[in-house]
Design a protein around this ligand. Sequence first.
Ligand code: AMP
Length: 407
Amino acid sequence: MVDFRRLEDVDVTNKRVLVRVDFNVPCDDIGKVTDDTRMQTVIPTLKYLQDHKAKIILISHFGRPNGTRETGMSLMKIIPHLSKLVGSAVKFSPDCIGSIANLAVSNLVSGDILLLENTRFHLGETHTAAGDKGFDPVFAKALADHGEVFVHDAFSVSHRSQASTTGIAQYLQAYAGLALERELDHISQALDIPRTPVMALVGGAKVSTKISLLKNLVTKLDTLAIGGGMANTFLAALGHNVGASLCEHDLVDTAREILANAKLANCEIILPIDVIAATEFAANAPHRVCGLDDVKPNEMILDAGPETVTKILDAIDASRTLIWNGPLGAFELAPFDTATVEAAKYAAKRVKNYGLIAVAGGGDTVAALKHAGAADDFTFISTAGGAFLEWMEGKPLPGVEIVKKDS
Ligand code: AMP
């Protein structure tokens, strides 16, 4: 269990509170926010700080301007939407450090919210003064000087060590905001101190992006179901012909190693026992259910078959905790979304009726679960991509380390 400093551990009344948020949200051509999920997650923290009469200073990155001032990547466009979400006017500073920002900060009164311009307009956010990857402590200090308390509320950037996260924490003690607190409480409940038996369902396109994650999971789980394009590499490793399927043939030895590790660790692996094959990667392409040794050279495996789905649902039945990452098939193309939709709906039902703990995150997972209409019923869905995956890999995350009680 992660033992970390929380907002309730610090007096914020009348203090300048620097809050790291992730407002790197999708926007359309005219700068209108098209998906505000990440903004919504920090609203409870902002309300808490307003209620406790703090002076709130928000910092975030947007896009990858790499130290240049790109107008299209200004956070100014977020202001109308943010003001609407918090229900009061939000101020803006067109730079995150320097005299303009200092003046904006010094003008704050209790309950005010100020958003500082994109931290990545300064190279020091992601690079040292010498130009190497990392951050510039001088820039981090300039950011830290705005605040008296530092609240980190952006789990999605916690896998990176940057000036606006670990850098500020060198000068101010860091506390987890309410969104980070929710993430850490839920993910540690799922993998560090789970209610057992614990199962993970890992799908998606490629094994190559998830090797470390699979290696870590097999040491911790009772059951691991592997689906999506990445399952094809495992099927090939077991000697099955996968035809024209997406398959990383150069990774069959790695797949075998993961299977051997799972056996040693007593982790049951579920791989497809039947598949849906088609000759075209397109929605509604002609397709058929076929056995593993029946895939023709011109056919692609695009989804798990019905017997596999039944096996996965049985495994969900036997589990008390489920961790989900990645789709079981090419879910954007009907009907190759069937296995993903059925498994997601079933997991959601088990959460509602039987108290299953189902935690999901990373990459296309949220889109897949939303597509299945199951997202709202999962116990917790992480807003993070890379950070969720690195947590599944068992790596210490720099942005989590800074809020730990022993740091
Ligand atoms: P990832 O980003 O690794 O989670 O992969 C998600 C992508 O994997 C989605 O775009 C799916 O369409 C794709 N995918 C899943 N299963 C397959 C498959 N059997 N063949 C090709 N692509 C797949």
